[in-house]
Design a binder for this molecule. Structure first.
Ligand SMILES: [Zn+2]
Length: 597
């Protein structure tokens, strides 16, 4: 059973308990009415923030109180609204807290600049003062950013130009999502199928090869019709990044972006190099795919269709929860007990009902349960989604329990480690339990897709992103010709000679929103690789690594992300962890080939 008419039809134990955040609307309103007063208290510190350790500590404490309240109000409003996105009252509540938070942010924007006027020596004293220990990271980051801070006058101009400079990215989004007409194509039976952003990948996953080909060509063809405009929006966006990096005294746009997470450029470049060295494994997968699909030529539109049909088994939610619990057992009792709370304390909103937000996510805030939104279907994919989101939520749970608020929220660079580790533990568990060849092959194919999508494809994107920024920095124009030629070249290099390249692929860059995110996608790949390392060791019963991993989950943002992973045993400055991940991939390929032989 995975279809309920209304929320009231869903048994209570499958609905998240938001009442633990606010009992009712009146309690939320009462919380909201406190915002103004606390904001004024923080404003009272203006001009005397860094006067003494005591004044700084008091200001930070009140600000934390304010941040917690905003988070709490926002979390409740947006989780409530996601239950039924059509509900205008709930949506209004989200708007109300979001715009109040923006207003408060602007009113308190003097804080960091005021602190930055303090001499570095004094800031270092603050950083090491026990009274300010909860805020040491915040002060440390401020000191680190000092060389990139400009005079008050320049800072004012930089903040004034930020809105006009975001026009290129806005134009991209509007062209792609609102203005561009979407094509209708014929499927293998001659029926019309609308191809849009939501259905494109579904079409590529279809068994119907005619539909795959038509969808691929027509969808990318639509982008080609606006190729000059898309090139201009991407060019504008890259120039935006380059402008800021120069204005803030960075050597390059990429270094400016990596600075936020304190990631050395060598980690980024090293990741790309290591993936290049392991392209032969991707080529091997392509040859395998060609053979299994039984096609004469493997085309770019043949890459998404599963090689193995989803094992035709029904996995009700209760069974999925049991699978996940069994899967994470190697993490030990503390972890399993915490995970069990997600069910007994009703963190999870399980089933789809009309109007509910699509997809899945892990949410919550510092003082709430780490809630999870799902749209569970009774299949294996949903069981993996459950494992994934619980990975995030348990990471939040342990970090929130062990860190002060200002050091609790882990950065994106670390986020996908915990989710992927759980998915991999589930994979190993199910694989060892699998009774049929079909099930084993299905699990391996699922894993192959993860490797192709997360390690190879995201790194291909990361490389393209690096290169187009360098082109702009060297004064080379970004046009639809230069972008298309470079994209097609990279694509051919990644997939190798066993995949037929096509003209249409030289417009794929135009549809990737991640190229507007400022060096973001590589974090998926490094997280994924680190998780491969952890999961294998944990599953094999390495208690030292398991203990370090649990420590990692508790560490939030208390250190630089790279150091956090080094402490846990994964040093991404070295190529070894990425190579170890490819070993997992290679073994999976060996297994698959052995089974079908
Ligand atoms: Zn995730």
């Amino acid at each position: 059973m995975d279809q309920y008419q209304t929320r009231n039809d869903v048994p209570e134990k499958y609905r998240w308990n938001l009442g633990l955040i606010y009992q009712d609307q009146a309690a939320w309103d009462a919380g909201f009415s406190k915002l103004e007063n606390i904001t004024k208290q923080v404003e009272g510190f203006k001009g005397k923030l860094a006067q003494s350790t005591q004044s700084l500590q008091q200001a930070f404490e009140v600000q934390t109180e304010l941040e917690l309240l905003i988070e709490k109000l926002y979390t409740f409003a947006h989780h409530l609204s996601d239950q039924d996105t059509r509900d205008a009252t709930n949506l209004g509540q989200v708007d109300r807290i979001a715009s109040k938070a923006t207003e408060i942010g602007a009113r308190l924007s003097w804080m960091d600049p005021e602190l930055l006027e303090t001499p570095t020596d004094q800031l270092k004293i603050f950083q090491n003062d026990p009274l300010l220990k909860n805020y040491s990271r915040r002060i440390e980051n401020l000191i680190r950013s000092k060389p990139h801070q400009r005079s008050a006058e320049v800072e004012e101009i930089l903040s004034l130009v930020s809105e006009p400079l975001s026009s290129a990215s806005k134009a991209f989004s509007l062209l792609e999502n609102a203005d561009m007409p979407m094509p209708t194509v014929k499927d293998g039976a001659g029926k019309d199928v609308l191809v849009n952003h939501a259905t494109y990948i579904t079409c590529l996953e279809s068994d119907d090869r005619v539909l795959r080909k038509n969808a691929f060509e027509a969808y990318l063809g639509s982008f080609s019709q606006y190729k000059n405009t898309f090139a201009a929006t991407l060019d504008g966006n890259v120039k935006n990044h380059v402008f800021y990096s120069r204005a803030r005294n960075f050597k390059s746009a990429i270094e400016s972006s990596l600075f936020n997470d304190t990631i050395p450029l060598s980690v980024y470049n090293g990741l790309i190099d290591t993936v290049h060295q392991h392209l032969p494994l991707l080529h091997r997968l392509m040859r395998l795919r060609k053979k299994i699909l039984g096609v004469q030529d493997l085309n770019l539109y043949d890459l998404f269709v599963p090689m193995v049909k989803p094992a035709d088994i029904d996995i009700p939610y209760e069974q999925a929860t049991k699978m996940v619990l069994d899967g994470v057992k190697p993490l030990g009792e503390t972890y399993v007990n915490a995970l069990q709370k997600s069910f007994s304390e009703r963190w999870i909103d399980v089933y789809y009902t009309t109007g509910k937000r699509s997809g899945a996510y892990s949410g919550g805030m510092y003082q709430s349960k780490p809630y999870i939104l799902l749209n569970h279907k009774d299949n294996l994919g949903s069981a993996f989604t459950l494992a994934h989101e619980l990975g995030h939520s348990l990471h939040s749970y342990f970090s929130n329990a062990n860190q002060p608020h200002s050091k609790s929220s882990y950065p994106i660079f670390l986020a996908e480690v915990a989710s992927t580790t759980n998915e991999m533990l589930l994979h190993f568990h199910l694989y060892d339990q699998a009774k049929t060849k079909e099930m084993k092959l299905y699990l391996l194919d699922h894993l192959f897709n993860q490797f192709r999508g997360t390690l190879y494809r995201q790194v291909q994107f990361a490389e393209f992103e690096r290169d187009i920024h360098a082109m702009v920095e060297q004064g080379e124009p970004l046009t639809c010709q230069t972008l298309g030629a470079h994209y097609a070249k990279l694509n051919a290099h990644y997939y190798g000679k066993d995949v037929v390249q096509s003209e249409a692929i030289s417009y794929e860059w135009a549809r990737i929103p991640h190229f507007y995110y400022n060096f973001y996608v590589y974090k998926y790949s490094t997280s994924f690789a680190a998780a491969q390392y952890f999961a294998r060791k944990i599953y094999d019963g390495d208690t030292t690594i398991t203990e370090k991993y649990l420590q990692f989950l508790k560490s939030g943002s208390s250190r630089d992300p790279l150091d956090t992973l080094i402490e846990a045993g994964v040093d991404l400055r070295d190529s070894k962890p990425i190579e170890a991940a490819f070993k997992v991939f290679e073994q999976a390929l060996d297994e698959f080939e052995k089974i079908i032989a």
